[in-house]
Design a protein around this ligand. Structure first.
Ligand code: BGC
Length: 442
């Protein structure tokens, strides 16, 4: 039993995170909408449809956030709405985003705006998407327009969400559009995304010198499955190098490390992060395999590990709060001068049997990282309301609120009250610690 709450620093941001295609509805002009029409693309043939109806009424959910006592929200802009045809910008779309940002601010919430969260206009895809070197200039043009048009309402930006998830799913594993499995092409796309990020960084700073610009980087902290097995360790190390290290390092010192290039440096890439944005869900344990298509390692599970709704082999499977502590420590060693934001963290748990305890455990680990000196300034839970989960459609439910997509009815899950209690106290109250982490030496 403890009687002492775990306290967070003053002005800590407590938010939720979302992405345009997953919540807005009727985003018919992007490559994901087209993908959803392909047979077998999405679990059970689900479609995003009206999603959470945010294009018409995000404000009702902003009220829910405010009701929980949150003071921040991370959302993304839909490029295909803002620039429906090359070089033609839609002012009505910008007005809608202005209204959303204004609505968040009026409710006391700081917006963090992502400029690319997995979706892009169909015209961009038809022109070769990220495989085309011209993609860098296209992205810069859109970013320049959007951030100038919204710059009086927001100065906190994430250029690209999870670039390596986009690359791995689209060009390495071939699960997502454009459904290719081609390693050299994946590396080409990565170079273009890196320069697109850097150009966006410079474009924003040219008109908003004090803006905070970064990206949301997915981290999976791959580790060898069998203790002492060298091949498992190498396979895990290869993933960390390809999936985590080379991207982050390039945006720090400007070097394109192999296999991106044979050590070429471009000064435009260097120092293009004002904060570190981390999306952390779980850690992957890797068992060595001879299959280069699996990067010489297969994701495996620890015997006895607790799993979420995504199942033993699923991408959000294992319950691993310690990973959140560890990744903050790694970032602190890498760039002690940069603030850290947890830009996503959550789990699929339809009946909410795990989420309350999961939330308390992850936030306790995060606070431990802060207490040890990591400069973490905010936490964005994924997500407020069940939303359209990409290839899993409506099959995985990450919301603090349950959504019935047919009726648009929302029902708070018990974890909504847990998160509200924490955000309002800016601390994990002792009662929640005793209830959910009774064994922990606090
Ligand atoms: C993505 C979100 C997604 C979440 C859960 C993250 O990788 O950024 O868009 O919904 O994982 O699947």
């Amino acid at each position: 039993m403890t009687t002492t709450p775990i306290v967070f620093p003053p002005n800590f941001l407590w938010g939720t995170a979302s992405a345009s295609h997953q919540v807005e509805g009727n985003n018919t002009n992007n490559q994901w909408w087209a993908f959803e029409q392909e047979p077998g693309a999405i679990w059970h043939g689900d479609k995003s449809g009206l999603a959470c109806d945010w294009w018409a009424n995000a404000e009702a959910d902003f009220d829910r956030m405010a009701g929980l006592g949150l003071n921040a929200h991370r959302l993304s802009l839909e490029w295909s709405r803002i620039e429906p045809e090359p070089g033609r910008f839609d002012h009505a779309a910008i007005d809608r985003y202005r209204a959303m940002l204004d609505a968040l601010r009026r409710r006391g919430m700081t917006p963090l705006v992502t400029l690319h969260h997995f979706t892009e206009p169909l015209w961009f895809t038809r022109m070769g998407g990220w495989e085309n070197g011209a993609s860098i200039a296209f992205f810069r043009r859109y970013v320049e327009f959007a951030t100038r048009a919204l710059g009086d309402l927001c100065d906190f930006w994430a250029t690209i969400n999870e670039p390596l998830v986009l690359i791995a799913q689209g060009w390495f594993l071939g699960n997502w559009p454009p459904r290719k499995a081609n390693f050299p092409l994946a590396m080409r796309v990565m170079r273009h995304l890196l320069f697109a990020h850097a150009e966006a960084y410079h474009a924003i700073h040219a008109h908003q010198p004090n803006a905070k610009v970064g990206y949301a980087k997915h981290v999976r902290l791959s580790a060898g499955l069998r203790p002492g097995n060298r091949m498992d360790r190498y396979a895990a190390g290869l993933r960390r190098w390809l999936f985590e290290h080379i991207w982050v390092a390039a945006t720090d010192d400007g070097w394109l490390r192999p296999p991106l290039s044979l050590n070429r440096r471009d000064a435009r890439l260097a120092k293009t992060i004002d904060y570190i944005g981390l999306n952390y869900y779980t850690r992957d344990y890797i068992r060595f395999s001879l299959n280069p298509g699996q990067m010489f390692g297969k994701v495996a599970h620890l015997p006895g590990a607790e799993h979420s709704d995504s199942g033993r082999e699923g991408p959000f499977s294992q319950f691993d709060p310690e990973g959140l502590y560890q990744v903050c420590q790694e970032v602190r060693r890498f760039r002690p001068d940069l603030p850290i934001y947890i830009t996503e963290n959550g789990l699929p748990d339809r009946d909410d049997g795990q989420r309350p305890r999961w939330l308390v455990a992850h936030l306790a680990a995060l606070q431990r990282a802060i207490a040890s000196g990591c400069d973490v300034r905010g936490y964005f839970h994924w997500t407020l309301v069940d939303n359209f989960e990409w290839a899993e459609g409506w099959g995985l439910r990450f919301g603090l609120f349950e959504l019935d997509p047919a009726t648009q009815e929302r029902t708070a899950r018990p974890s909504a009250a847990v998160y509200a209690a924490i955000a309002q106290a800016n601390a994990i109250p002792a009662s929640l610690l005793n209830q959910h982490l009774p064994q922990e030496p606090l």
